[in-house]
Design a protein around this ligand. Structure first.
Ligand SMILES: Nc1ncnc2c1ncn2[C@@H]1O[C@H](COP(=O)(O)OP(=O)(O)O)[C@@H](O)[C@H]1O
Ligand SMILES: [Mg+2]
Length: 509
């Protein structure tokens, strides 16, 4: 190579280096590094992070994150969000400058994720999705509109007597093994084709129970429009604590795009326990039942996020079905009473009814829906009034009848009628009844068409009536689904079809 070109090359390289040196402007950013002083079950205390903000995410070795929960002048108490067995005192902790967030969006449908938005179903990572903070302010009062559209569960006793509207918060409470989860799952399954996104938040449930729910949803084709957020029973209490908030942020994102969303929190008793555990470990003062002072607030700020948005904001809605497990039927315990006062109504499931085989074991007298009535389809309204009255009369008299007292004719009639109401409101799991069939059956029931038919045939009678709805004239069928009440003509049309269908049962002794 000729020496001049070599020299020119060197010269060019030299100017390049000089330019780079001039352009180099180092940026100094402070990075606070703290150290762990103690680690205990699910929490750690950290010193040296003086600038950390409340609920800021901090990072531990091994890709473990925590939330700064208690901020003191000397040290901070951090709730750990995952397995902390590898942490030691003296380990480095760094600030992240952000709060906890979760992946949101359409690709989550059909997936099973943990409260940090990581896939648990082995179907691969979720990719780069939009993220929202897990704690968000509830919608302002002016952004909300009244609950006006029903959310059909397909369960007769609920749709008729304690109806749920889109945007409502309806508590499901009862002892263990009374069918709480079963009702919530049936409600999700009935949203098929209704354009409702469903989210099941499993909060510290047994892994086998969660697996069963996922299998039920998958087998019945509900995963197409649903997703499951799981914190397992053996997860760090921090993960259990954030699970419902993360699930709600995912739900809110759908709601803000104008969709109707149904979210099930199964269950908030476990959530309260996880929070109590964390609070006690963080040495916050315990109050009633050893729960911390803000236990009401953590649930009210969660459930206040359910709403029905104004039309101008897309008209989406978020309906919540929080579940609470009572102990020995004590609905006056601390957490159940808190939640009863926060929600817009409750479904109480009675272990006594469950044992008698009255399933779903909804205790009609103790269940109420404070806003759903306004959203209920008009066709139900006349029926619901009669049904409720007859049922409560029956429950009152039933207690007397047990003593073997001789009953007058009128009382006997009420009891016989009531027994048929109860039998007819029974419904197996996974057998949703469509609106038209519910109305036909309940109308026939309240009109007394069941009364002189054998009680033990109630299930068959109901089946016959449901099949008979196919013979209803098209206009009567349509009227059942509209917002106007059924006309007298519709009533008699339905009763005529019902009477014809029941004729076959009359002949039997
Ligand atoms: N309507 C029903 N018909 C028949 N079995 C039911 C019904 N509802 C619940 N079960 C059964 O009762 C058991 C307890 O229900 P589950 O929903 O798990 O109770 P919980 O969530 O209150 O502990 C389950 O085995 C379930 O299959
Ligand atoms: Mg359950």
């Amino acid at each position: 190579m000729p020496p001049e070109s070599l020299l020119a090359d060197i010269g060019r390289a030299f100017t390049g280096m000089q330019q780079a040196r001039e352009a180099f402007a180092p940026q100094f950013a402070p990075r606070e590094i703290g150290t762990i002083t103690t680690v205990s079950t699910g929490i750690a205390t950290v010193t040296g992070l003086s600038g950390v903000g409340f609920e800021e995410l901090v990072r531990f070795p091994g890709d473990l994150y925590g939330i700064a929960f208690n901020i003191d002048a000397q040290e901070i108490g951090v709730v750990l969000l995952g397995d902390y067995s590898h942490l030691h005192t003296g380990d480095e902790v760094t600030r992240t400058g952000r709060v906890m967030d979760v992946a949101v969006g359409e690709p989550l449908l059909g997936r099973v994720v943990d409260p940090l938005g990581r896939a648990l179903d082995g179907k691969g990572p979720l990719g780069n999705l939009q993220r929202l903070p897990i704690e968000r302010d509830a919608k302002a009062i002016m952004d909300r509109s009244p609950v006006s559209v029903p959310l059909q569960t397909g369960i007769k006793v609920i749709d008729a007597l304690t109806p749920i509207g889109r945007g409502q918060r309806q508590l499901i409470l009862g002892d263990r093994q009374t069918g709480k989860t079963a009702i919530a799952i049936d409600a999700i399954l009935n949203q098929r084709g209704q354009n409702v996104v469903c989210i099941y938040a499993a909060i510290a449930q047994r892994a086998s129970a969660v697996a069963k729910v996922i299998a039920d949803l998958t087998a019945r084709g509900a995963m197409e429009y649903s997703l499951v957020v799981v914190s397992a029973g053996n997860d760090a209490p921090g993960l259990t604590y954030i699970a419902p908030y993360a699930a709600t942020s995912i739900a809110e994102h759908f709601m803000e795009t104008g969709r109707d969303v149904l979210i099930v929190y199964d269950d908030l008793t476990q959530h309260a326990r996880a929070y109590r555990e964390l609070s006690l470990l963080l040495r916050r003062p315990p109050g009633r039942e050893a729960f911390p002072g803000d236990i009401f607030y953590i649930h009210s700020r969660l459930l206040e996020r359910s709403t029905h948005l104004r039309q101008e904001l897309g008209g989406g809605s978020l309906t919540a079905l929080p579940i609470v497990e009572t102990e020995a039927q004590d609905i006056a315990a601390y957490i159940p009473t808190n939640l009863i006062s926060i929600t817009d109504g409750q479904l109480y499931l009675s272990p006594t009814l469950f044992e008698l085989g009255v399933l779903p074991a909804v205790d009609v007298a103790k269940s109420v829906s404070r806003v759903g009535g306004a959203a209920q389809l008009a066709a139900y309204r006349t029926i619901a009034g009669n049904l409720k009255l007859a049922y409560s009369q029956f429950e009152e008299l039933e207690a007397f009848a047990r003593f073997g007292t001789r009953l007058d004719d009128n009382t006997r009639k009420i009891i016989e009628h009531g027994a048929r109401l109860r039998a007819c409101l029974k419904q197996p799991q996974f057998e949703a009844v469509p609106v038209l069939e519910q109305i036909t059956v309940l109308l026939a029931l309240t009109a007394g068409l069941f009364d002189d038919l054998p009680l033990e045939l109630t299930a068959d009678i109901e089946r016959a009536l449901r099949a008979a709805t196919a013979q209803l004239a098209a206009d009567a069928r349509e009227h059942c689904l509209q917002s106007a009440p059924l006309s007298d003509a519709d009533h008699s049309a339905i009763l005529r079809v019902a009477t014809a269908a029941l004729a076959a049962f009359k002949k039997k002794p």
